[in-house]
Design a protein around this ligand. Structure first.
Ligand SMILES: [Zn+2]
Length: 155
């Protein structure tokens, strides 16, 4: 058994779609980034890569590469899953937290779990996604961006 953790942060930007866990969430602003800036999927990719001792998402999918411009982060998650499969590693479970002042995440969590389960080829019951605020403290509390943290156990 091996455990990995991942953390990611993206700033809000005007004129961008807000995509979290592969779900497009209606909101006044989206997240800035080279890819679709899916902060949750990036944290999960890093947790999986970390558990497998494969470095981090920036090494595998560099944001300096035009290949990954505006890419759907679910493609990166599926690619990460393939790297683990090549090493005969299986995902046991994932627990993740989205840290945001707004919008409300709860209504979208079941679809996020469905997307992640499909991309990793695991059951929805192996994935837990939580959302919290920072009680108006810090950059998240000032509504400047969204953070996500994830841990993954693999075998
Ligand atoms: Zn990211």
């Amino acid at each position: 058994m091996r455990v990995g953790q991942g953390i990611d942060v993206h700033a809000f930007a005007a004129g961008r779609k807000l995509v979290i866990g592969g779900v497009e969430i209606p909101h006044a602003r989206g997240l800035a980034g080279h890819s679709d800036a899916d902060v949750l999927l990036h944290a999960i990719c890093d947790a999986l890569l970390g558990a497998a001792a494969l470095g981090d998402i920036g090494q595998h999918y560099p944001d300096s590469s035009p290949q990954y411009a505006d890419i759907d982060s679910r493609v990166l998650l599926r690619s990460t899953a393939a790297k683990l499969r090549e090493m005969k590693l299986k995902v046991v479970n994932i627990d993740a937290t989205i840290i945001a002042e707004a919008p409300r995440m709860a209504p979208h969590v079941p679809r996020m779990i469905g997307n992640i389960a499909a991309d990793l080829g695991i059951a929805p019951s192996q994935i837990n996604i939580k959302a919290t605020t920072t009680e108006r403290l810090g950059f998240v509390g000032r509504d400047e961006g969204i953070a996500a943290m994830a841990v993954a156990l693999i075998e």
